[in-house]
Design a protein around this ligand. Structure first.
Ligand SMILES: NC(=O)c1ccc[n+]([C@@H]2O[C@H](COP(=O)([O-])OP(=O)(O)OC[C@H]3O[C@@H](n4cnc5c(N)ncnc54)[C@H](O)[C@@H]3O)[C@@H](O)[C@H]2O)c1
Ligand SMILES: CC(C)=CCC/C(C)=C/C=C/C(C)=C/C=C/C(C)=C/C=C/C=C(C)/C=C/C=C(C)/C=C/C=C(\C)CCC=C(C)C
Length: 496
């Protein structure tokens, strides 16, 4: 059988590409190095708990509009996923008593924020309303490959104003828009945090298109938790892929992308096995793709340039905790962000992210217990060159520092602990196959919004990239977009 497309990696980016192509009748093979699909959106089970490995705040599972890309990707291969609506996106616990909930209902969120900054009411409304404008443009059109001129022409004729709106926002960053309307320095810091907690950079480096998506979709499609855990999304996509005639192989680590006369024609696995395909798609990060799977010394010029603009974000220290339900005060929300000092927002162990999925889906833990998933930025360099005992001791110390801080929100956490497993940047590197365990690319300095983010084609004919090192960057819904776009471009290239 001739394979039309080989997809390296079954992260959500890779799986959306694969399912979209299979749904169009292409012969697709997905090669995944790990035991299960999902990558950062995977899961693992211990002592009756089902933990999400990374992604936990899920956009794109809504029912309406065109930006619900996870729902759409599942539907395209005749599968679906029950989603549980989260009434509050984040409960922020920030310096200077800035305690605030981002309610799913837009009006309630604005009321909460304006109550803290009444003097900035007008600026707050103008900034977030402008984010809604970006979203309305996106949410009115089919989202496909911006590298396909006929699609661009079609959407432009169908939605000229929306396209011009998006073209205007593509080079902008959220912080510049916020500063047009808002002066209060604490409020601007809050907006930095609103961006940092998903883009890993402050607002002046966060693309406005992405901010428009996140700050609006949370009030439109909403944040929804997949029943059965985040890992279900990938499991369902694989089910749909196989129903549509596609194949996936696990424990199939690609070590080389094979080229002939400069064109990508196949891949080689760690066990020596070779597969040939008409098109090769890499869902590995750009660093892994162009430094490991292809010879680093032959890196195309535009990839070197990309690396001058973008660097690897830090990885995370993650705590997967099981606790007695008595630890959680009544009315506790699912997602929390904790920071005690604005100066430390982007520092190692500065911001602490918390997700308690069992508040929405109790079946993920034994009865009477909850899961608390905690993560905070850490660099791999701090975890290298340690003996096994030094590594264990360092993990333990770091975990208890974080648990101590969390006692402020969840008094009795320490006493109520039932299970604790600590992941480090090394665990992220090992289990997700991401160089240095990075969460994804971040700008090295202020760039022009999304203008420098590459689409799916690469300088190597026949090779495409998908996932968070392609336009529009990190986030499950963002990589789902990248998957739709990649599959669209390949389908056109192959004449499907
Ligand atoms: N919403 C949240 O709370 C949250 C939290 C963390 C991460 N995320 C998002 O999840 C996104 C990740 O999606 P993605 O699709 O870009 O990638 P991914 O890293 O999730 O998936 C890549 C997959 O490729 C596999 N792989 C890598 N190298 C391979 C090789 N050589 N051979 C075979 N398989 C290989 C990995 O095992 C993994 O399954 C990130 O962008 C991140 O933003 C979201
Ligand atoms: C023709 C002309 C003239 C023009 C053209 C223009 C156009 C058409 C354009 C277009 C564009 C587009 C389509 C775009 C798109 C975009 C998109 C889709 C985007 C998306 C995005 C998304 C995102 C960003 C998301 C994200 C999310 C995330 C990352 C999340 C995360 C989270 C986390 C980390 C969690 C934390 C927290 C806690 C736990 C608390």
């Amino acid at each position: 059988m001739t394979i039309d497309a080989i997809v390296i990696g079954s992260g959500i980016g890779g799986l959306v590409t694969a399912t979209q192509l299979a749904a169009k009748g292409a012969k697709v093979l997905v090669l995944e190095r790990y035991l299960i699909p999902g990558g950062s959106a995977g899961y693992f089970e211990r002592q009756g708990y089902r933990f999400d490995v990374g992604a936990s705040m899920i956009f794109g599972l809504g029912q309406n509009g065109t930006t619900n890309l996870l729902t759409r990707a599942l539907a395209a291969v005749n599968v679906s996923q029950e989603a549980i609506a989260d009434p509050v996106q984040i409960h922020y616990h920030l310096p200077q008593g800035l305690d605030l909930k981002v309610h799913r209902v837009y009006k309630k969120f604005l009321q909460n924020l304006i109550a803290h900054f009444p003097h900035e009411e007008k600026g707050i409304r103008r900034f977030y309303d402008e984010c809604q404008k970006v979203f309305k443009c996106l949410n009115s059109m089919d989202l496909l490959s911006l590298e396909e001129p006929r699609y661009l022409l079609r959407v432009f004729f169908q939605h000229p104003l929306a396209c011009l709106g998006l073209a205007k926002y593509l080079p902008q960053n959220a912080g510049d828009v916020a500063r047009r309307y808002i002066e209060d320095s604490q409020l601007l810091k809050f907006i930095d945090m609103e961006c940092y907690c998903w883009s890993m950079v402050p607002s002046d480096m966060t693309p406005m298109i992405n901010a428009g998506m996140v700050f609006s979709d949370r009030h439109y499609g909403g944040v929804n938790y997949p029943k059965g855990g985040v890992g279900q999304i990938a499991q369902k996509l694989v089910e749909g892929l196989e129903k549509a005639g596609g194949r996936i192989q696990y424990q199939a680590r690609v070590t080389k992308i094979l080229t002939e006369q400069g064109k990508a024609v196949g891949v080689q696995l760690a066990n020596g096995k070779v597969y040939q395909g008409k098109r090769i798609v890499s869902n590995a990060t750009r660093w892994d793709t162009f430094e490991q799977l292809l010879p680093a010394e032959e890196m195309p010029h535009n990839e070197k340039k990309w690396q001058q603009n973008y660097q690897k974000s830090p990885s995370f220290l993650s705590l997967h905790i099981g606790v007695k339900e008595s630890v959680l005060p009544a009315g506790t929300e699912c997602h929390h962000i904790l920071l005690e000092d604005w100066e430390k927002m982007t520092a190692v162990e500065g911001t602490v992210f918390v997700s308690i999925p069992t508040l929405l889906d109790p079946d993920l833990a034994p009865s009477g217990y909850h899961i608390i998933h905690v993560f905070t930025p850490h660099w791999i360099d701090d975890w290298q060159k340690l003996s096994p005992s030094e590594y264990e001791a360092k993990k333990e110390e770091a975990a208890w520092r974080i648990i101590d801080r969390l006692e402020k929100i969840f008094p009795g956490l320490d006493a109520g602990l039932d299970y604790l497993e600590v992941g480090t940047p090394r665990s992220h590197r090992r289990f997700l196959g991401r160089q240095d365990g990075t969460y994804g690319p971040i700008p090295r300095r202020k760039l022009w919004g999304l203008l420098n983010m590459p689409f799916n084609r690469t300088a190597i004919p026949g090779l495409y990239c998908v996932g968070d090192s392609t336009f529009p960057g990190q986030g499950l819904n963002a990589v789902a977009f990248s998957g739709f776009a990649c599959a669209h471009r390949i389908a056109v290239d192959l004449g499907f």
